[in-house]
Design a protein around this ligand. Structure first.
Ligand code: PLP
Length: 473
């Protein structure tokens, strides 16, 4: 036998010392984040150039490693947590979720089955059941009540892919030819729908036209479904977007549900961004009919103060999900596999292993309390409403889409060139970052208010920046 392995781990004292240093480092970062430019001034390859070509043969000191956070990492950071981050949708995070993530990393439990991670499994079951109530979703989606249930996935794209895979499997075991199945989403649905459909092997993907307010035109959906049936195809799956990425348009869930039900289709809802807002009862009318869908996804990692990755996937009937994914080799057999109180999450997603992601969400829900989470969402919607009003009142600017939550879409009245110049000026300021986009050849600016550290004064600063760069009134 060889000798004992060398004592190469951090000692308890060292772990505490460096752990405290890193907490201090992150606390300073949160405190000073506003002093950074939102985007880094670097070229592709600059960070790589600071790194050696091969991994170190000899151990390096933690002091050197920690020093490289400032030397190597910071110069290449796009600061998603900056209060001037209005781009894409927010990447939610909070000091509390970082602490939950830290503990989960140390515990490093593998939650593939109840027996390998009872606490991780039952905390996840519980927290997702809490969320069903907090968001006003059907109580039959609770694991405790059933027949539905929820599971944390890495991303909304994973949830959507999974729902496509389950729908396909259900139809194939009923004897329907997989090559004849058709998937439908609006022309403004997220790209993850087409990606998920491709991965799940669907051959026919339809892009349904939208109305003037960019929500799915249900009449066009009904027409496309009829045409497909007439040509011998089988409508299989449809997505209602609850808040599109382009403009947060809300698809008419109830009408889509009726078309889905009449034609035996799986109905999935993608509320990746907007789902967090449903913690406030006054926004729930935006997802009227949600109780009729077969699956639903939303991302606490966007707008609920929980760092990536944390996306929730609910199914109205969990037996279909488990039936699709349950493959049981002898090495995974265990004594509680038949016990309904012992959820084996390996049957609820693609990977076998899984992290203890529920810990950070549990920390967040408890540490903030629903009251503060509601206030957080409401403040962003109020500031977006004020920004929308200022844009609307300014003859140099035009709104390009109705605002439903905290995303404001507008352009320069001078057209695409002037809009591009305005975006460039805002983004060059270093204090704010917005996303330019295009719908039907019309360029516009997306301002998505939702970062953890954004305050009203930051939105005021953004307005001053817009005002100063929009040209003469
Ligand atoms: N769906 C919508 C409506 C989105 O806006 C996004 C991302 O912005 C996604 C899905 C994809 O989310 P994820 O990164 O969690 O896959």
């Amino acid at each position: 036998m060889s000798e004992e392995s060398p004592d190469m781990h951090l000692s308890k004292d060292e772990f505490q010392n460096y752990g405290y240093q890193l907490v201090d480092w992150l606390a300073e970062y949160f405190d000073k984040i506003e002093q950074y430019e939102v985007l880094p001034s670097i070229e592709p390859g600059d960070i790589r150039e600071m790194l050696p070509d091969s991994a170190p043969e000899k151990a390096e000191s933690m002091d050197e490693i920690i020093a490289d956070l400032d030397r190597v990492v910071m110069p290449g950071m796009a600061h998603w947590q900056h209060p001037g981050w209005y781009a894409f949708f927010p990447s939610g995070a909070s000091p509390v979720s970082a602490l939950g993530e830290f503990v989960a990393a140390g515990l490093a439990t593998q939650g593939m089955m109840w027996s390998t991670a009872p606490s991780a499994t039952e905390i996840e079951n519980t927290v997702l059941d809490w969320l069903v109530d907090l968001l006003g979703l059907p109580s039959s989606w609770k694991i405790n009540e059933g027949p539905g249930g929820g599971v944390i996935q890495m991303s909304a794209s994973d949830s959507t892919h999974l729902s496509l895979a389950v729908a396909r499997h259900q139809l194939e075991i009923a004897g329907i030819d997989g090559n004849s199945l058709v998937v439908y989403g609006s022309s403004h649905a997220h790209s993850s729908i087409e990606k998920g459909a491709r991965i799940a092997g669907y051959k026919h993907i339809r892009s349904v036209p939208v109305t003037q307010s960019f929500d799915m035109d249900a009449n066009s959906l009904a027409q496309l479904v009829s045409e497909d049936i007439r040509s011998g195809l089988v409508p299989a799956w449809v997505c209602s977007s609850i808040g599109t990425t382009n403009t947060t348009a809300m698809d008419p869930i109830r009408r889509i549900a009726s078309i889905a039900a009449d034609n035996g289709m799986w109905h999935h809802a993608d509320a990746a961004y907007a789902g967090s807002a449903m913690i406030c009862p006054e926004f729930r009318e935006l997802q009227d009919g949600v109780e009729l869908v077969d699956s639903y996804t939303f991302n606490p990692h966007k707008w609920l103060l929980t760092n990536f990755d944390c996306s929730i996937f609910w199914v109205a009937d969990r037996s279909k999900l488990v039936q699709t994914l349950n493959i049981l080799p002898p090495y995974l057999r265990n004594e509680t596999e038949e016990n309904p109180a012992a959820i084996d999450y390996r049957n609820w997603h693609v990977p076998l292993g899984r992290r203890f992601r529920a810990l950070k969400l549990w920390f967040v829900l408890r540490s903030y309390g629903s009251e503060n989470l509601r206030a957080f969402i409401r403040s962003h919607v109020a500031w977006a409403t004020e920004l929308e009003k200022r844009v609307n009142d300014d003859p140099r600017l035009e709104l390009t889409a109705p605002r439903t939550l905290a995303l404001v879409c507008f352009r320069h009245s001078g057209g695409n060139e002037s809009t591009k110049a305005l975006v460039d000026a805002i983004n060059a300021s270093g204090s704010a970052y917005v996303t330019p986009s295009v719908i039907d050849d019309v360029s516009y600016i997306r301002v998505s208010i939702g970062s953890t550290w954004t305050k009203q004064r930051h939105v005021e600063d953004l307005w001053n920046l817009i005002d100063a760069n929009a040209g003469p009134r």
